[in-house]
Design a protein around this ligand. Structure first.
Ligand code: B12
Length: 299
């Protein structure tokens, strides 16, 4: 599997093209840097070695980054500042006003990926440094969820597109990413059941039985919840053959050993590392297309 790894140094993103391989002798997965791609603002498709240029995940990231490169950094920073101010002051109308133009000329997923996500990451740093208090962090995250809700224009779901169940492991209260992913999937006409955040594994099983989804997305944010995620996917994959995609901050940052343990729970479990929402949507379509019941629908 080839993917682009992001390293943040002094506020700038640097990209590396990385290959993840399973070493069957040592029983670990190893990661080898294929190429250093430089600063995100310098990323070009020409920098990608020819053999990886058609990889959907790589294409999607390069396309998202290069489209954003066309928006002047100053415009992006002003928008981020407006949205951040709206989140802190609880002014939902100002957030929606600030976003509408961007959303029309770009896309909702780009707003989430390039504006809202970096603000939330920044909020995490400010909270960690005690620059903002917990109350402000809560106001911001509640407002982020409200904005996502207001921005979601669901397209009439075709009953055949989906259904997708989104959940987090027991104990995981972070669900803004789940709501963003749900929002984009709804906009694209998928049937989605978002049962995040934290519910007991038994409840997830009940919902699986009731809704019979064709795909499950599990989002894990806290490092401490890797164990809980492991128990959840173990339990799901021993009962259902439904494909499970596992992602989120904790998955992006987990060790090779943890990754291997998660992946070895079952053949239907796939870890998605550092993917954008757009490339996740492509993966979702691909998984659903390969689902025996859907072959005709997605051809
Ligand atoms: C908002 C927030 C909260 C809110 C959450 C509200 C809510 N409804 O979600 C509240 C206040 C509840 C909270 C609580 C806590 N939090 Co908090 N929180 C955050 C914050 C600021 C933003 C999270 C967020 O929404 N990010 C934006 C989303 C869009 O990014 P993302 O999750 O990475 O998702 C992207 C990808 O990862 C991917 N993705 C996500 N899910 C999936 C799933 C699949 C299948 C795929 C393919 C991809 C994918 O797609 C998304 C878009 O690109 C982060 C800071 C940060 N860096 O994220 C801290 C942070 C996550 N929290 C942290 C901590 C420590 C806590 C607490 C333990 C604090 C405490 N002492 O109480 C509690 C734990 C609560 C719990 N049991 O879960 C730490 C985690 C550190 C760690 N190593 O695990 C962080 C990183 C802050 C920090 N800098 O230290 N938090």
């Amino acid at each position: 599997m080839v993917f682009i790894r992001v390293k943040k140094v002094k506020g700038f993103d640097y990209y590396y093209l990385v290959k993840s391989q399973w070493d069957s002798k040592r029983k670990i997965s190893t990661q080898q840097t294929i190429k250093y791609l430089g600063k995100s603002c310098d990323l070009r498709i020409e920098n990608i070695p020819p053999e990886y240029k058609n990889d959907p995940k790589i294409l999607s990231l390069v396309s998202a980054v290069t489209t954003m490169q066309k928006v002047p950094e100053q415009t992006l920073n002003e928008l981020r500042q407006n949205v951040f101010d709206g989140l802190k002051s609880g002014n939902i109308d100002s957030i929606i006003r600030a976003v509408e133009d961007f959303r029309e000329s770009r896309s909702l997923s780009m707003f989430y990926e390039n504006i809202l996500k970096p603000i939330l990451y920044e909020i995490g740093i400010l909270w960690q440094n005690n620059t903002i208090d917990v109350g402000t962090e809560h106001v911001c995250s509640n407002m982020a969820n409200m904005a996502i809700h207001k921005l979601t224009r669901s397209t009439k779901a075709s009953n055949n597109l989906g259904g997708i169940l989104i959940c987090t492991p027991d104990g995981e209260l972070h669900n803004i990413a789940c709501n963003m992913i749900e929002s984009v999937l709804l906009e694209k006409g998928f049937n989605v059941l978002n049962i995040s955040p934290s519910i007991p594994t038994d409840s997830v099983i009940v919902h699986m039985k009731e809704s019979n989804p064709k795909l499950v997305l599990v989002s894990v944010t806290l490092r401490d919840n890797i164990g809980s995620a492991l128990r959840l996917i173990n339990s799901l994959s021993s009962r259902f053959q439904t494909p499970i995609l596992l992602g989120g901050l904790a998955i992006n940052n987990c060790s090779d050993e943890e990754r291997k343990r998660l992946e070895s729970t079952g053949p239907n479990v796939t870890l998605i590392v550092n993917s954008t929402i757009d490339s996740l949507i492509k993966t979702v379509k691909l998984v659903l297309k390969n689902h025996p019941k859907n072959k005709k629908l997605y051809e």
